[in-house]
Write a protein that binds this ligand. Structure first.
Ligand code: FAD
Length: 355
């Protein structure tokens, strides 16, 4: 059996991002890498969106960038503009193609289906796979999105609707998300923040159909692409030691209050490659203890008071666009944090703090 210097378990977003970062920094010229991936083929399966608060390697995979976004409740709508940090969407199909084409030019990189096919005792292992049977009674962000195409030009392609709470909440937290890629093409997503036990929240097709018809006023459209997912809003507990370094969602790269992960994965990949020669000695990368703590309190409030969340989210955005974007992208300073915290209802957050 062949032996490798590096092994990446899971060739998805985090595994491939790390492999690409190693490759473009010439770290695979004299080292070998095995990627363990069990999917049969790579095709578009996700749309990764985020505020571009720093440069990344995938500009050529961006479907569209926006500078304007809105957030709605049943009572009000609020619009924000930001030219410095555009919101971007990445086509995962293009991302997989780009990375796999690049890696295929290096004979030091090999793909396998199973870890048992190689010898890995002496390898540095990066793991992005975790047990999918996680606790369903815990909090999840679960959703389904469809990219629709209409015969008429109906979307305002300059503005995204980040959260539209003007929909049935069913004692949980529910919103729709609309990303107009052009005047006649948009990704529309129904998103729930809840446990995974209530099946009645999962008739996503019907939710999307009703929203598109009744809220967006669109009767005639075709569906080009569907994506579906459930992101745990808790970190899976996995072994993190000198030999196995967890990356991606398995490595705690998901911001628990929002589900944003993509850009954190990019930052983590850069950190690993920068420190690759002493990776067993440097401290474990995390998205910031401050955000982990604040998100924990936020999710406690969300679990206890789901009915208050549309207003809480709405008020959070009633600050400067730089402040909210930096906060949601883990790049805020103390003054910006205080600004966001001051928008929260004091008593229930105070109680959640001591819960
Ligand atoms: C539909 C969807 C949309 C999302 N949208 C956004 C977004 O807009 N913005 C954002 O920031 N985040 C988003 N996320 C969250 C996050 O960015 C993604 O989940 C991202 O793909 C996480 O990267 P990862 O490498 O940890 O996991 P994955 O990309 O899922 O990679 C894990 C890989 O491991 C493979 N694998 C699994 N089990 C095994 C096994 N036993 N052996 C070998 N291989 C295995 C899988 O096939 C997969 O390729 C989204 C998630 C989903 C599901």
């Amino acid at each position: 059996m062949k032996e490798f210097d590096y092994v990446i378990i899971g060739g998805g977003c985090a595994g491939l991002s790390l492999a690409y970062e190693l490759e473009i920094n010439n770290r695979l010229n004299d080292k070998t890498l095995a990627i363990i991936e069990n999917r049969k083929d790579y095709k578009r399966d996700k749309t990764w969106s985020f505020w571009k608060v720093f440069d990344h390697n995938f500009h050529d995979c961006v479907i569209k960038s926006w500078n304007n976004f809105t957030i709605n409740t049943s009572e009000s709508s609020y619009e924000l503009t930001n030219k410095k940090f555009p919101y971007q969407s990445i086509d995962s199909g293009k991302f997989y193609n780009k990375i796999n084409s690049k890696l295929s030019t290096n004979s030091n990189v090999s793909f396998y289906n199973n870890l048992n096919e190689i010898k890995s005792e002496n390898s540095i292992i990066f793991n992005s796979v975790f047990e999918k049977r996680l606790d369903k009674s815990n909090l999840w962000q679960h959703f389904q999105g469809i990219e629709i195409e209409t015969p008429m030009k109906i979307f305002d392609e300059e503005i995204i609707n980040l959260m539209d709470f003007n929909c049935d909440q069913k004692n949980d937290v529910h919103f729709f998300y609309t990303l107009p890629f052009s005047k006649n093409k948009a990704l529309v997503e129904t998103t729930w923040l809840s446990d995974l036990e209530d099946q009645s929240l999962m008739d996503y097709d019907l939710q999307l159909e009703n929203y598109i018809k009744n809220n967006l006023g669109i009767k005639n459209y075709k569906i080009n692409f569907t994506e579906k997912g459930a992101i745990p809003l808790f970190h899976p507990s996995l072994r993190n030691d000198n030999k196995v370094i967890n990356i991606g969602s398995a490595g705690g790269m998901t911001r628990l209050s929002t589900g944003y992960t993509f850009l954190n994965i990019q930052e983590h990949s850069k950190y690993i490659v920068k420190n690759i020669d002493k990776i067993d000695k440097v401290k474990t990368f995390n998205i910031g203890k401050k955000y982990q703590f604040l998100d924990k309190v936020f999710l406690r409030v969300l679990e206890k008071h789901p009915e208050k969340m549309p207003k809480i989210f709405f008020n959070m955005f009633k600050t400067s666009s730089n402040t909210i974007i930096k906060f949601l992208s883990n790049k805020s300073n103390l003054i910006e944090d205080m600004n966001i915290i001051s928008k929260m209802p004091k008593l229930i957050f105070f109680k959640a703090l001591f819960n």
